[in-house]
Ligand binder design. Structure first.
Ligand code: MF3
Ligand code: CO
Length: 285
């Protein structure tokens, strides 16, 4: 028996079917999970997200220039806040579901959602993920990079490099009218090949009109499964790669900080992408 799939693609009554409608409907009729029509961004929305991405990239470039040993993660937060606000934008994390700061700073064994803190001082050999998300004129963008403080061990450097390759490989695996599962499959294969594991509890996501939209973009999975990828969709890919086991827990003190269970380091890179007629375009360069 064929699994029942939600019929997300609804053409308004009386509207003439476009070529895109016909194509997506044919996938839907074949039993595939397709996006809802509102996940396909208009050219105007794409321009808005692109402009938001320019500010977001400016923030990350500033952090890249300034980050150094001896700096506290709170100083990173202040830099992010000041740059964002002075460019007419708002840091998306600030007060998002109670998150208290403007950026996530995740050092070594912290996987993601680390909260900047004046007592957390960066040291030579640390690896840190700085995850920046921006709202400009109501449009959201989201990207993160790893930074190595000075020089680190070869193992940690390899983790950072492989995590970045995972993002690039995931990006290349995403084709228009392919599936979300194609991305996760490619990413997990690359992590495993290098002796690392992929965090399963957190995923990439649609983004643009809200911080987190459909679909969930898992960084593991099976080719040909999950939601159909349609031109005009905007979403993140943000693989979290662990040196040891994939299991993580959330710090009970702050209810945010995600840490590896085995306390081995973790690395993550993220971009916001637009699906085009011939593959993904990065909106957070
Ligand atoms: N930036 C994260 C992401 O990539 C979300 C952080 S939620 C926050 O989806 F509240 F911690 F900022
Ligand atoms: Co994200």
């Amino acid at each position: 028996m064929r699994k029942k799939v939600k019929r997300n693609w609804i053409v308004p009554e009386g509207a003439t079917l476009t070529d895109l409608d016909r194509k997506v409907l044919s996938f839907q009729e074949a039993g595939c999970l397709v996006p809802s029509r509102k996940l396909i961004k208009t050219p105007e929305q794409i321009e808005g997200i692109r402009r938001s991405g320019v500010v977001n990239t400016g923030v990350l470039d500033l952090v890249a220039k300034e980050i150094r040993a001896g700096m506290s993660t709170l100083e990173i937060d202040e830099m992010v806040y000041d740059y964002t606000v002075s460019h007419g934008a708002v840091p998306a994390p600030l007060n998002y579901e109670g998150f208290p700061k403007s950026v996530c700073t995740s050092v070594n064994e912290v996987v993601c959602h680390g909260i900047p803190n004046e007592f957390e001082i960066l040291e030579e050999g640390d690896i840190i993920n700085v995850d920046v998300s921006t709202i400009l004129d109501g449009y959201y963008s989201d990207a993160s990079r790893m930074f190595v403080i000075g020089e680190t061990t070869p193992e940690k450097q390899k983790l950072v490099d492989v995590a970045r390759e995972c993002l690039e490989i995931g990006m290349r695996a995403a084709r228009p009218f392919g599936f979300v599962g194609d991305i996760g499959h490619a990413i997990e294969a690359h992590a495993r090949k290098n002796g690392f594991s992929i965090v399963r509890d957190l995923c990439g996501h649609g983004v643009g009109l809200e911080f987190h939209e459909e679909p969930d973009v898992e960084h593991f999975g099976k080719k040909g499964t999950g939601m159909l990828l349609v031109p005009g969709m905007v979403f993140t890919i943000e693989p979290m790669v662990n040196m040891g086991d994939w299991r993580v827990f959330v710090d009970e003190e702050d209810d945010w900080t995600v840490v590896t269970e085995d306390e081995l380091p973790s690395a993550q890179w993220e971009h916001t992408f637009l699906m085009t007629e011939d593959g993904l375009e990065i909106l957070t360069y």
